[in-house]
Design a protein around this ligand. Structure first.
Ligand code: MG
Length: 167
């Protein structure tokens, strides 16, 4: 079972307007931690600022949905000039629902982007939007996360979008 991954990428910055066009995606619900930057890091990951600019210039609607708390999410989202939903409760659909209302786009044009199988991928599936999986920027060191990452293994993508295209 692949748990509904539309396409997988090594980094969020590999997602291009062209790819989104091909997949029929006009809006992205972005995870924060380990997708846009590492946990608790106030600085966006390498190339993320430029990537967001390209997305905005191509009229891709963007919003952050994070399970993290407002003190973590709000300053980060504000700095990037993005709308956000904090305490999104993924994989429950509450946060996604709120995000889609803010985006004003039909669900069929929206994809969730994130690095965790049991929150981002499962949540996108339950809510019924496309899912762009990205590898976590770095592997977490806490025992909780180590167990979580181990459980994810059977569900991780076997093929990555760009690597498929190279064939
Ligand atoms: Mg994450």
């Amino acid at each position: 079972m692949r748990l509904g991954i539309t396409a997988a990428f090594r980094r969020v910055t590999e997602i291009t307007p062209d790819i989104l066009k091909k997949l029929g995606i006009r809006g992205l619900i972005l995870d924060l931690d380990n997708t846009l930057t590492t946990h608790d890091n106030p600085v966006p990951g390498d190339g993320v600022l430029d990537w967001l600019d390209v997305m905005k210039k191509n009229n891709i609607r963007l919003i952050i949905v994070s399970n993290n708390h407002p003190p973590r999410v709000k300053p980060f989202a504000d700095m990037l000039g993005l709308e956000f939903v904090s305490e999104g409760k993924k994989p429950l659909t509450k946060g996604f629902k709120e995000a889609v209302e803010k985006m004003g786009l039909p669900k069929k044009y929206i994809a969730a982007v994130g690095d965790q199988i049991f929150t981002d991928v499962l949540g996108a599936g339950l809510f019924g939007v496309k899912m762009l999986y990205v590898d976590p920027i770095e592997h977490e060191k806490t025992t909780f996360f180590k167990v979580k990452r181990k459980c994810e293994k059977p569900f991780l993508p076997r093929k990555y979008y760009n690597e498929q295209e190279k064939k």
